[in-house]
Ligand binder design. Structure first.
Ligand SMILES: C[S@@+](CC[C@H](N)C(=O)[O-])C[C@H]1O[C@@H](n2cnc3c(N)ncnc32)[C@H](O)[C@@H]1O
Length: 308
């Protein structure tokens, strides 16, 4: 295997040599495409295709969503110059980032919570998927990130269906609970997207030191504690029969399988559902991993359903 910067060895705890090899290969061949999706609040898929044809873009449609397109990264600059980009009719988003919303099994009458929402890629994707006919509560802890979230929501024209709340997601139960004492009043969401803050080791490019110089096993361990706490908060705010989609752009076990397995052991009323988007690899009990590659960032998704 290629020799790695020593700080990155911590990513591989409990990861098999074969998987390590795949990850390092991905880190050595980072994404070579730019991808985007249609914003249904501003235009139709057909209009987008017409514009792409007019501009002679050699686009492809992603197998897993007819609203998602991609092309060689060399076209990104020109793409961002198109009217459909400047007016928010399309939104540039990585394919892996589009997966969690596609796993939420969405319907317009659901109450939806996006617990770590900035810069708003997935919040606005959900709004677009539901044609703006929805109610999403989008949370963010940090001011600068919150500004980005508000900007994205405005640029995508989805202000009417998103309520933004500046809050630490580890305090949401206390914030949303109506009865002050218990969790009863807090069980108010049908779908919860938990796209947690993570070490982002699925996005590493070994040729670009700034994508990994900050990494340490300790930072990843402290993220995993926060991730578990956020998952516990999500649990308390989910209706019976509701679903949580837990996702990260990390490929380490400690931020993915370990968090979800610990949660399932403590809460047997939850089960994992299979992903509707075929993963590169399905781990124990329907946990889904995508390796970093020229198409995808390294990514993890677990779909948790709460039984009555
Ligand atoms: C992976 S990013 C979310 C990306 C977003 N879902 C999207 O698709 O655009 C995680 C976000 O969680 C925020 N965050 C970190 N700690 C948080 C906390 N304790 N409560 C709420 N948000 C937090 C970060 O600032 C960051 O914006």
């Amino acid at each position: 295997m290629t020799s790695l910067p020593s700080n990155l060895l911590g990513v591989f705890e409990n990861i098999s040599p074969a998987d390590q090899e795949k990850i390092v290969t991905g880190w050595s061949h980072p994404r070579s495409i730019v991808s985007f999706r249609v914003n249904h609040l501003k235009c139709t898929r057909v209009e987008v295709i017409e514009e792409l044809k007019k501009a002679s873009f050699p686009y492809s449609v992603w197998t897993h969503s007819e609203d998602a397109f991609y092309m060689d990264k060399e076209h990104e600059y020109t793409l961002r110059g198109l009217e459909i980009y400047k007016t928010g009719k399309i939104y540039v988003q990585s394919l892996s980032s589009m997966i969690p919303a596609l796993c939420l099994d969405l319907q317009s009458d659901q109450k939806i919570l996006d617990m770590a929402a900035a810069p708003g890629s997935k919040t606005t994707q959900i709004a677009s998927m539901l044609g703006g006919n929805c109610k999403i509560t989008a949370l963010e802890k940090f001011g600068v990130r919150l500004e980005k979230l508000v900007h994205t929501i405005k640029a995508q024209g989805v202000e009417e269906c998103v309520e933004v709340v500046k809050i630490d997601a580890t305090e949401v139960v206390a914030h949303f609970s109506k009865d002050e004492k218990g969790n009863k009043g807090a069980k108010m969401f049908d779908r919860i997207l938990l796209d947690v803050p993570c070490s982002s080791d699925g996005r590493i490019n070994l040729e670009d030191e700034k994508t990994f110089c900050w990494y340490s096993g300790d930072k990843s361990r402290s993220k995993s504690l926060l991730q578990y706490e956020m998952l516990e908060q999500a649990r308390k705010m989910l209706v019976d029969g509701g679903k949580i989609v837990y996702s990260t752009c990390s490929i380490s076990r400690r931020e993915n399988e370990d968090v979800v397995q610990k949660f399932l052991k403590t809460h047997p009323e939850f089960t994992l559902l299979p992903s509707p988007i075929a993963p590169d690899y399905t781990l124990e009990d329907n946990m889904n991993r995508w390796y970093p590659s020229p198409m995808m960032e390294g990514f993890f998704v677990a779909i948790l359903e709460k039984h009555t």
